[in-house]
Design a protein around this ligand. Sequence first.
Ligand SMILES: [Zn+2]
Length: 170
Amino acid sequence: MAKDAELTTLRNLHEKLAELRQHEQEILDEMGRLLNGELGIGAILRRLEEHYSMLWSVRYSQPYVWAFAKDRPHLKRLIKSLGVEQLELRMGSYLKNPDPFYVKAKHSFAVFVASINTHAVAESSRQRDEPCQHEPRCPGTWQHYRLLEAEASGDEALIATCRKYNTVQA
Ligand SMILES: [Zn+2]
């Protein structure tokens, strides 16, 4: 039997190695994304942050103020567990939710994270494969999906804001 001090050392080493392995996996995932011609994690984070902030600004008429040190680790974890598209859909569902509990929390990202399973959305509702017919044309695929979703919601303010963002980026 190992002595207490040895056990503690072993536990610490075990934890360190687990962290290293996780970091390795993150590097592998990032390399895989870049090799597939997909967005790197930095660009994915920016895209989701912009998406959230845009939806938030429709409701509160100003951009969302992030607590990056706290919010980004959650965002990274959610990207890993849910994927970008499901996460975008859940953001949309959350920020449209008029529940007084969310309104009182000013639809904060922290409350979104805490209630993440409440906002699950079926992905089949998206018309993914149709090419963009918008006028003016959407600058990219995800801007196009974002506008499609806004149109599906019938929310005029949201549609207008999506169009504005699309124009800025074009
Ligand atoms: Zn479009």
